[in-house]
Design a protein around this ligand. Sequence first.
Ligand SMILES: Cc1cc2nc3c(=O)[nH]c(=O)nc-3n(C[C@H](O)[C@H](O)[C@H](O)COP(=O)(O)O)c2cc1C
Length: 195
Amino acid sequence: MECEKKPVRVGFCLTGSFCTFKTAIAAMERLKDSGYDIIPIMSHNAAFTDTRFGKAADHRERIKNICGRDIILTVTDAEPIGPRDMTDIMVVAPCTGNTLAKLAYSMTDGAAAMSVKSHLRGGKPVVIAVATNDALAGSFKNIGTLMNYRHYYFVPFAQDDCVRKPNSLVADLSRLEDTITAALCEKQIQPLLLR
Ligand SMILES: Cc1cc2nc3c(=O)[nH]c(=O)nc-3n(C[C@H](O)[C@H](O)[C@H](O)COP(=O)(O)O)c2cc1C
């Protein structure tokens, strides 16, 4: 699209959907390989929780190596993002139900949510990649709220297991770069709802 100006500076927030980390980090690596400049950000839970999906320190090391810079991990380090005009677009991938709720209510008590707020100060786009088991239940209202806010765009998503997890939605991160390209032109990529 014509309004895309490369290299684009992408704030890339990871929040605590640990089963999605592998796909999200691979998507981050593809963006980097395509020439995007990536500022990595992690929520406290994402950065410091060891789970069966991997050790927190290993995830941090890998992300730091891909991006070639330190990860923003605190509210203090996230605050300058807007004032210093550090980002063209902010991605939250994966975005948990918890972070969806915080963003919908403008809460900024951690690095991820604060990064989004600080970036939004400049009226620039935010891309959300949902990954939560309660997307069609408790989080549905928050997804709807954010869809109705200016500057928010969503990576296309689908139900990932409608039999065993009927309320779960997961974004298709193979569509992340296309979503970013459209969002930089103030457009929501379509179709949003995948099967
Ligand atoms: C192993 C594991 C997997 C999780 N997967 C998800 C998930 O896919 N989606 C989600 O919304 N929360 C998930 N959670 C819960 C979040 O990590 C938890 O709500 C946390 O408070 C999120 O904080 P954050 O949004 O600040 O990262 C998971 C937790 C654990 C321990």
